[in-house]
Design a protein around this ligand. Structure first.
Ligand code: FEO
Ligand code: CA
Ligand code: CA
Ligand code: CA
Length: 606
């Protein structure tokens, strides 16, 4: 069959070639601007960013470090005013501070408090210029910083659990702060869900816990042993596990932020389970309930689904937000099992397609707990929610190659998951390649899609196939949905995903193993262009691409950790975005198409 003369709708642009430039590269006839950078004012009264004279009080009012998830919530039908919600995943103190001020072995208390304030989330009202394209941050009553000092309410079946109680919070219902917020999702009711991901690394001395059961649970979550990298345990005992052994259990949740109400108390939803949540995205079931998909981003971890008991109320009024948020506190938590349909001998770890021409098969959702009822032998429901990884181990779920972002396609209804990589797949003593994770030592990752039975997100059965097996299209171990491989962009280490209005998948990468900078790629998932990967953008040296958001007139990406490959701030490898000899600063970038007469055009339309 011949190939279409024009690419699928919304993907008609000249791809950006792989490169090592210290800039954001976009296709010809596209323009870009920085929306907001680390240190820029969020809350009124924020002092001007001063790299050499930073304070915790200033950072608590400024845009945080290492922006990851980006949510854009329109406040009018044209999307002129929007609430921008951004996660600040983590700090690298050797880049956060001048090298002559920061001693990694002996951070000051103020430096530690600056790092607490650089974590969390930002809510910023923005204005999209409908004529010239750029998105701009505005001073506004909506603007808000959430940090490691913001109080959260714990809700759902594990709220008040004995596993969540500490000396500071004997109720087990109030947690100070959120950390390592990686990706997330905007809910249909206009709030933001955010995943607390690599929360383990902030804790110290878990190896000194003597109770055997507690120690083995801490180990399953890889909670920090010995001194922590950041040494926070010196300034607050909650990071010192032997002194507060339940504090790690207060992280690893999906949190919900209501950006419409700057005075709202953010929530930790225990019904969605506790693991290294990459993100959380919602799909409404056939009978109007709420399903939430979430991956546990570590090698050989699992994919989860939650289905609410109650039904969704349409709209984003305060009443609807309260009602729908409560749906995330009572429902059933499942974990995924993926079974291939090809003879096991054909899946040899080489990435070669099996004889039926696809990596594909069937799957099922195994229930772990529902409300206060456990389905896992030997574990109470409370234990299933707090130690979800252990429950999933017992349930016989499929060990995946680092499940990152998972998102439902609003056009075809199927669900898409980025599996970023897994260097240990097939290694001695580790799980072998299987049809859903078909490469040994998987360096470049893959994209999995599944269709729930009857198209209903409440179904417990599904069929699945791989859309992409990423990497260099010139090598035999890659697959681009059947599209001719000599016409696609190379892609490696898919991480965050999004859909445009046409149902095309957009993939942001983290850790390109092919030697070029990370980027943002579009790929149609249906029709003759299925698998036609094109690179839309690349990010500066050392950065990963996060976000992304793709609307008719705007693409947003979070440029996370530019210059992170530098040993310290003494010798920066990137000077983006300020240029010259400036320190690199993580930032949100808006990209738009220059249409006729310099006016804004449509993304992906010539
Ligand atoms: Fe924070 Fe899984 O990326
Ligand atoms: Ca097959
Ligand atoms: Ca990620
Ligand atoms: Ca990542």
């Amino acid at each position: 069959a011949g190939r279409p003369a024009r690419p699928a709708r919304g993907t008609d642009f000249d791809p950006v070639p792989p490169n090592r430039l210290d800039r954001v590269s976009v296709p010809e006839s596209y323009d870009q601007s920085v929306v907001i950078r680390w240190g820029d004012a969020v809350v009124p009264g924020a002092p001007k960013f001063d790299f050499r004279n930073q304070t915790a009080a200033a950072q608590a009012k400024q845009f945080g470090y290492n922006n990851d998830f980006v949510g854009l919530i329109p406040q009018d039908p044209l999307g002129i005013r929007n609430l921008l919600v951004v996660n600040h995943e983590y700090t690298t103190e050797v880049h956060l501070f001048p090298a002559d001020q920061y001693d990694p072995a002996n951070p000051t208390e103020e430096q530690v408090k600056i790092a607490w304030a650089a974590h969390g989330l930002s809510v910023v009202q923005t204005y999209r210029d409908p004529v010239f394209g750029a998105l701009r941050a505005m001073p506004s009553r909506y603007n808000r910083r959430i940090t490691l000092d913001t109080e959260f309410e714990v809700r759902g079946p594990a709220a008040g659990s004995k596993y969540l109680k500490t000396s500071v919070d004997p109720t087990g219902r109030r947690v100070r702060g959120t950390q390592n917020n990686c990706s997330g999702g905007v809910t249909p009711w206009g709030t933001v869900l955010s995943g607390e991901e690599n929360f383990h690394q902030y804790f110290a001395n878990a190896d000194k816990v003597t109770d055997a059961e507690t120690a083995s649970r801490l180990k399953r979550y890889a909670i920090g042993t010995g001194a922590s990298t950041r040494k926070w345990e010196r300034f607050d005992k909650r990071w010192d596990v032997p002194r507060e052994p339940n504090e790690p259990n207060r992280f690893g949740w999906v949190v919900e932020i209501d950006p419409h109400d700057p005075n709202s108390t953010p929530i930790k939803h225990t019904a969605l389970g506790r693991f290294k949540h990459e993100a959380a995205n919602v799909k409404i079931t056939a009978d109007g309930r709420v399903a939430v998909y979430s991956g546990d981003d570590e090698r050989f971890e699992y994919i989860y689904k939650y289905v609410s008991k109650g039904k969704y109320k349409k709209g984003d009024s305060a009443h609807a937000r309260r009602h729908n948020s409560a749906l995330l506190d009572d429902g059933t938590l499942y974990v995924g099992r993926f079974t291939g349909d090809s003879p096991a001998g054909e899946i040899d770890g080489s990435g070669k397609l099996p004889s039926d021409g696809e990596f594909d098969g069937v799957g099922e959702w195994i229930p772990l707990a529902s409300g206060n009822k456990s389905f896992v032998d030997g574990m109470t429901a409370e234990e299933v929610y707090v130690f979800t990884r252990l429950a999933a181990d017992r349930a016989g779920a499929t060990k995946m190659d680092r499940p990152e972002d998972i998102e439902p396609n609003p056009v075809n209804g199927r669900i898409y998951a980025a599996l970023t990589n897994n260097s240990d797949r097939g290694a001695a003593g580790k799980a072998a390649a299987d049809e859903a994770n078909p490469r040994k030592g998987n360096k470049n990752g893959h994209i999995l899609e599944w269709a729930e039975e009857h198209g209903d997100a409440a179904s417990t059965r599904f069929t699945w196939r791989l859309l992409l097996v990423c990497g260099d299209p010139a090598t035999a171990d890659t697959y681009f949905g059947g599209f001719p491989k000599d016409q696609v962009s190379p892609i490696s280490c898919p991480d965050n995903v999004a859909f445009d209005r046409h149902g095309n998948l957009w993939i942001a990468t983290d850790g390109n193993a092919l030697g070029a900078n990370d980027g943002l790629f579009s790929v149609p998932v249906d029709g003759p262009d299925r698998g036609h990967v094109k690179q839309f953008l690349s990010v500066p040296i050392g950065a990963e691409t996060c976000g992304p958001v793709v609307t008719d007139h705007l693409v947003l990406v979070a440029v996370q950790h530019p210059g992170e490959d530098a040993k310290s701030s003494a010798n920066p490898t990137s000077h983006w975005p300020d240029g010259g000899s400036a320190q690199p600063r993580p930032a949100i970038v808006s990209v738009w198409k220059k249409g006729r007469f310099g006016l804004v055009g449509q993304i992906g339309v010539r």
